[in-house]
Design a protein. Structure first.
Lengths: 301, 322, 329
């Protein structure tokens, strides 16, 4: 170890105060970026849908599962703003509560995929063998269509919202894992990673402190897109009956119930579809806006 | 006194092309049997052009890559094959300043965190106050104000970022500093500042310096000994004064003569070295330099010369005695 | 005195940005004559590359250019793109710093050389091929037939730069603009390329505008030198005067900061003369001399009034209050 004591070092520092210190001219920090319109519109849309879903009990007193066989297939009235379905259930309440399921599945699947995908993507590049192992597993996951996986899960474990979330997560994780892995591979070549190794950082520390922040912007953007995909998949699964159980309303199974009756009561399909579309547009806009703000060239990691 | 760094027979080979289909795998011998040592407080410069292996040598010494063969000894410890957990605390002794000031600092970290990283890793400071105090000291040591620690690298110019890199490297009070083309990317006037800074720090802190550069003129200002590399081997290694006054190897002579004129009156006096450096994957037999050497004769084409003593403190690998 | 080949007057370039108009070159004037080499010397941020690009009209759309650029009396600024394209290659040859990015990686060398010739000269088939080979031989490439069939990534940096020079001189233009032509090359290759540029200039008697930060390159090639600092010329003189009797403190600083062989006497380590601080952006200093913050001879007047370029002896101009005061003292 160097024999310099702390006081000697301090003397050295005082002696070396150079004129550079006084005339230090720093570049102006970058101005904060203006918020892209996509983010504003998207967040607005999502906020509306989320509010409707979250505050559903306050907005409508009707139980979405309440059957009223004497009030089947009503057109929109004061008591039933969207009308009723073929079992007399209030469509308005069903759509609002259905929003909970769709949004819930979307957000949960997105967060779980992000967690799993980022973990896999960050760890894989550590060494060749691990990389091969993880990427082959990821390839396997990618090759399973969501629908088949959901059907298999339903057959084994029964229909439930949880199973849908699992199925969607399995299907969407590979997308994030591959993107994060690619970003990490390129980031890893940068000299500041060598510098971190030289500075004594262990690989877990490098992953958390250097690589993860570097890929964070890509991760956020991709998570938004996964959320949109998750909602689509859930709606599709519910539509064919492999998703949420029929007792729990979700936009997908509302549409499934109304499928054969759309000529009589088009509301039964179009209203949940409209809500689903609005939500998807909202999520995609947010994703696009974030991408514009955080990662414009698609190259910055 | 033991040398701070000892390198024996260091080799690093890369496979450029896999074998199969009747094609033999080509090996790129980036570093091919290099032996040298650095005494405490001494500056050894490694000079060579692109493809000579000097950067790879630097990375091997810093244990950023494992050698294909040979040994690296740091302060009496053999580090080339050491497992990471054991190696990590030893890294405090050998730090580096990298070439590109733009990408050698993590753009998402504040200067304070960048410089604090080695302090935290090597347990040299703990607690916000202590760390900030030490970071502030280091910044002032390299000629930057303490306020710089709250900022991000993008707010600084190239020369200033390089100073930050030096501050980070000095944080664990290393005994050896590896400068891998540390000033090549800087403007002329800033280069001078940083070279002077490195000289001053070395003198004041008793550091040993391994200065890797393609610029032989800068090397004259900063080194005690100089090693010249060509295609993976050291062709000459000598005390600075001996090398510049009486270069023994034809490549060293050509390098010195190729430096552009100091003034218009010296124009055009360079011995121009013909040809190009051969492809490192496809090297000629015998002396690697013989395809471009003005003094080649038969022996050069078949037998590779070894480093032999040419004078006090001077060794060169050439069959001729020039 | 013959009319200059290239006459640049009061060139001003500014870039439009979110923060307003950012000046990069502020009132630069110089002349280039046939058979002579003019070097524009400056560090990063001095505006030298922008100057070169503005001559050939290769600046991005956000650039606002004022002044006059006269090529053999013909105004280049404001010319339509179509006319500029005819001039590029035929009247002005360009060599850039990074041959890897200036050569198209997916076309062979032969394709690119032939394109350069065919764009401005009516030549086809065997004649075109022969001319391409000839061009490569003229830049010292030993196996032109093989190189013509290769791709840029198969060549070394030095070879690529030779090809760039061959392409630039394909139509024998009266002006060659070389922007940091050897910065990316090893020193032994640099010596070869500098000799090549000098040789080709002697042969074709073209004017060479050399943009560089390396005073060594200036010493090897230039006849006349303009030193640029923060977008303005601070000194303009013959090359011998610049090296032997630099008048501006920045020029002196650059010369002192240079590393040359043999400057450190045996047994000692010479400290490099450094210029403290760093260069401001053009327009970054509102009042007074842009160099005042770093000048060893700074005087109160330097902080108030910006010095203009004034004659200081024969064939020399300096923008410094103290230098011109001394000259007239």
């Amino acid at each position: 170890m160097s024999e310099r004591t702390d006081t000697a070092l301090r003397d050295l520092v005082t002696a070396r105060r150079s004129p550079e210190v006084a005339t230090l001219r720093l570049r102006r920090a970058r101005r904060p970026m203006p918020v892209a319109w996509e983010v504003l519109v998207g967040v607005g849309l999502l906020a509306v849908v989320a509010a409707l879903a979250i505050f559903a009990p306050l907005i409508t007193p009707i139980d979405p599962r309440a059957l009223a066989l004497d009030q089947r297939l009503l057109p929109p009235t004061a008591g039933h703003p969207f009308g009723t379905d073929d079992l007399g259930r209030d469509l308005f309440a069903r759509v609002l509560y259905g929003g909970r399921v769709s949004l819930g599945v979307g957000v949960a699947a997105a967060l779980l995929s992000a967690l799993a995908g980022a973990t896999l993507g960050l760890i894989a590049p550590v060494n060749r063998a691990l990389d091969m192992l993880i990427m082959r597993i990821v390839d396997g996951m990618m090759s399973i269509p969501a629908i088949l996986l959901a059907i298999a899960l339903v057959a084994v474990a029964g229909a439930s919202v949880e199973n849908v979330i699992i199925a969607v997560t399995v299907v969407e994780t590979p997308r994030i894992a591959r993107i994060i892995r690619a970003a990490v591979l390129s980031l890893r070549e940068r000299p500041f990673i060598d510098a971190a190794v030289t500075a004594g950082s262990s690989w877990p520390r490098i992953i958390l402190r250097h690589l993860l922040p570097g890929v964070a912007s890509q991760l956020i953007v991709q998570t938004a897109f996964v959320c949109a995909a998750a909602m689509m998949i859930e709606a599709g699964l519910s539509f064919i009956g492999a998703g949420t159980p029929p007792t729990t309303p979700s936009w997908g199974n509302i549409m499934a119930d109304g499928r054969s009756l759309w000529q009589i009561r088009p509301n039964l399909i179009f209203i949940p579809a409209a809500f689903l579309s609005a939500t998807l547009i909202g999520v995609n806009l947010v994703g696009d806006g974030l991408r514009k703000a955080l990662d414009p060239d698609g190259t910055r990691a | 006194m033991t040398a701070i760094l000892d390198v024996y027979g260091l080799k690093k080979h890369f496979a450029a092309r896999q074998g199969g289909l009747g094609l033999a795998p080509t090996k790129v011998r980036a570093v091919d049997d290099v032996t040298l040592s650095i005494a405490p407080g001494e500056t050894l410069a490694i000079v060579g052009e692109s493809g000579c292996g000097k950067s790879t040598l630097g990375r091997l010494i810093l244990c950023l890559e494992r050698p294909s063969a040979g040994e690296v000894w740091l302060d009496g410890w053999r580090i080339d094959a050491m497992p990471s957990p054991q190696l990590r605390p030893l890294r405090a002794q050998i730090q580096a300043v990298f070439q590109d000031p733009m990408s050698s600092l993590n753009p998402r970290m504040r200067v304070r965190d960048i410089i604090a990283e080695p302090l935290i890793n090597f347990r040299l400071a703990s607690g916000r106050q202590q760390i900030d105090a030490r970071v502030g000291e280091l910044l002032e040591l390299v000629g930057l104000p303490r306020e710089a620690m709250a900022r991000f690298p993008r707010e600084f110019s190239g020369g200033q970022r390089q100073r930050i890199g030096i501050a980070r490297a000095l944080a664990p009070s290393p005994r050896l500093l590896v400068c891998d083309e540390a000033v090549s990317a800087l403007d002329v006037s800033i280069k001078a500042q940083i070279v002077n800074l490195l000289c001053d720090l070395q003198r004041d802190l008793g550091l040993a310096l391994l200065f890797i550069s393609h610029d032989i003129a800068i090397v004259e200002h900063i080194s005690d000994r100089v090693a010249v590399m060509y295609l993976g081997v050291v062709v000459e290694i000598a005390d600075r004064d001996a090398l510049f006054a009486r270069p023994a190897h034809p490549y060293t002579r050509a390098l010195l003569a190729s430096v552009p004129a100091g003034s218009p009156s010296e124009r055009g006096r360079a011995i121009r070295l013909g040809g190009e450096p051969p492809n490192p994957a496809d090297m000629p037999p015998g002396c690697r330099f013989h395809t471009r050497c003005p003094h080649t004769f038969d022996r050069c084409r078949t037998e590779a010369p070894v480093l032999r003593e040419r004078g006090p403190g001077q060794m060169a690998a050439c069959h001729l005695d020039l | 005195m013959t009319a200059p080949l290239l006459d640049v007057q009061e060139l001003r370039v500014a870039f439009a940005s979110a923060a307003g108009l950012a000046p990069v070159v502020q009132g630069l004037s110089f002349r280039l004559e046939r058979g002579r080499t003019l070097a524009i010397v400056g560090e990063s941020g001095s505006g030298k590359s922008v100057t070169a690009l503005s001559i050939v009209g290769l600046l991005p759309a956000t650039a606002k250019v004022d002044g006059h650029i006269l090529l053999d009396g013909r105004e280049l600024l404001g010319l339509a793109e179509r006319d500029l394209r005819q001039l590029r290659g035929a009247a002005i040859g360009l060599v850039f710093q990074e041959p890897m990015t200036s050569l198209n990686p997916v076309l062979t060398i032969g394709d690119q050389v032939r394109e350069a010739v065919a764009l401005h000269q009516r030549m086809t088939g065997a004649l075109l091929r022969a001319r391409s080979m000839e061009l490569l031989v003229e830049v010292g490439i030993a196996a032109p037939a093989r190189v013509l069939g290769q791709y840029p990534h198969q060549l070394s940096g030095g070879m690529r730069q030779r090809v760039m020079i061959a392409i630039a001189l394909a139509c024998d233009p009266p002006i060659l603009i070389a922007d940091e032509p050897t910065t990316a090359l090893d020193v032994t290759v640099q010596a070869q390329i500098l000799a090549l540029i000098r040789q080709r200039q002697e042969r074709s008697n073209c004017g060479v505008l050399l943009i560089t930060h390396d005073l060594g390159v200036v010493a090897e090639l230039a006849d006349r030198v303009v030193v640029l600092y923060a977008g303005r010329a601070v000194e303009e003189a013959d090359v011998a005067d610049i090296f032997d009797r630099p008048a501006h403190p920045y020029t002196r600083g650059l010369l002192g900061a240079r590393t040359t062989i043999g400057a450190a006497p045996a047994g000692t380590r010479r400290r490099l003369a450094e210029i403290p601080g760093s260069a401001p952006q053009a327009g970054g200093v509102a009042r007074g001399c842009a160099f005042a913050g770093r000048c060893p001879n700074v005087h109160p007047r330097c902080l108030e009034v910006r010095p203009e370029l004034r004659p200081n002896g024969e064939r020399r101009q300096v923008a410094c209050h103290l230098a011109t005061a001394v000259a007239f003292a």
